[in-house]
Ligand binder design. Sequence first.
Ligand SMILES: [Zn+2]
Length: 543
Amino acid sequence: MIMSMQIKQLLTKKWHVTYSQFVWLVSLYLVIVFNGLFLFNVFEAASKPEHVDWLFIASVPFFLLALAAMVLSWLSLITFVKPVLLTSIVVSSLLFYATLNYGVIFDKSMLQNILETNSGEAFSYLNVQVIAFITALGVLPAYLFSRFEIVGNFRVRLKSFALLNVTAFIAVAVIAVPFYKDYASVGRNNRQLTSYITPFAFYTAGYKYLRDNYFYPPLPFKVLDKTPHLLAKQQSSLTIMVVGETARAANFSLQGYDKPTNQYTPKLGVKYFSDVSSCGTATAISVPCMFSRLDRNHYDSRIAQSQENALDIIQRSGVEVKWIDNNSSCKGVCVRVNSQTVEPTKSNPLCDGRYCFDEVLVEELAAKLAKSHAKHQLVVLHMIGSHGPTYYRRYPEKDSKFLPDCPRSDIQNCSSEQLTNTYDNTIAYTDLVLSKLINLLQNSQADDKALLYVSDHGESLGEKGLYLHGFPYALAPKEQTQVPMLFWSNKLADTRFNQCIEQQRNQAFSHDNIFDTLLGLTHVQSTEYHPEQDIFNACSTQS
Ligand SMILES: [Zn+2]
């Protein structure tokens, strides 16, 4: 009874504080509660085996506190103190949850990845644990801070604002001057560290995303080749490009994985490429990048969007191009070609109203091939593949080969065995779907038939404490960047061609090769084609 009275008093009590006191208090809360990981990473980066500069390390939280107070005071513009500061607390709790549980950090490409994800995927992250976490560290503290009453009119606050900034500036100077060398060297060698500063790294990423997507004037659209044309016109061709989702090379038995995740495609004589790296660690980067003329080092989403991609050039040469999507979208790649998004209607036994299993792509491809009689066709199939965290929703129950699996979205609470089983089930199912697509292709009447499968990026399954994907590329573990790629063609029946591919398949390739490889597979001659980048060029000219 007394206890509940006390809690009630605490919840209803009003405290009077000055403007600067309020900003300092919230800054302190943000630094202590949400920036432990950042401080730990600074400690790791600054510690050398021979000695640890404790004085420098001890200065970092104070430095961060002074900066946080300055930034928050400016963001809130004296007038919007509570909305800005309290929102920052709630936002920080959400960011901190993601970083703590999935190892996700929030840079611009991560934000792009999140914002271009459909809401269905976003909801798959919701569970009791997230809600409890955000309530405890975000909503409740924000409510308690909202009970503070900031005293004084605008003039009084303005004075308080000035005092805060002078104090914080002096603190930054006092710390920065003696430790200048340490801050500069740790900062220069570990640029990504700043991505851990919560919530400011997120705000910076948000600003950059808005600037790049909404405030920069659009670039004039660039046609890369006005007159691409088809070689080998007499022969008909059917090329299937399958864009995988979140499949990592390490879990393919074709890559040497010890569980039988590829039970179907090897029987069809596919060629597996064992050293392929992705362009990005997220769909929003990798998918447009692999179809773009730009390579990974020069990839820029703004430039890529304002120029033609491989599909545009292939279409202009006379090939009928179609994109069929069972994922969130084609990320702008298919805007100028015929495209279709699979409707997840419940009337289809492969769909549950929200998602469809990838076998739906086999149905859609069969329907498309039955309808179209174009002599040259390229069909791109965009899978949902192994998209997390709800891996268990990616395969029908009858196809759960590896048990026990992890039928929930808070994957960090499953045992590592369960999690791996679930993920492996998605890979085994992808293999089944690919084999069915190849069967369709085998039955087609086209003279020249090929299927190329490549995943968009990999996935972390708890290695080094990381889950999911989207880690900054430079720091990303190979689980997120090494992707499976496999190839089937009726030309593999030709021994010389087959042996030539066999010699190629362990060389290092990447998404940078996909643009030219697609042009090569569809027999398109273009000024944009670089034969040395076409994975199959050396073999095709031989046969
Ligand atoms: Zn993806």
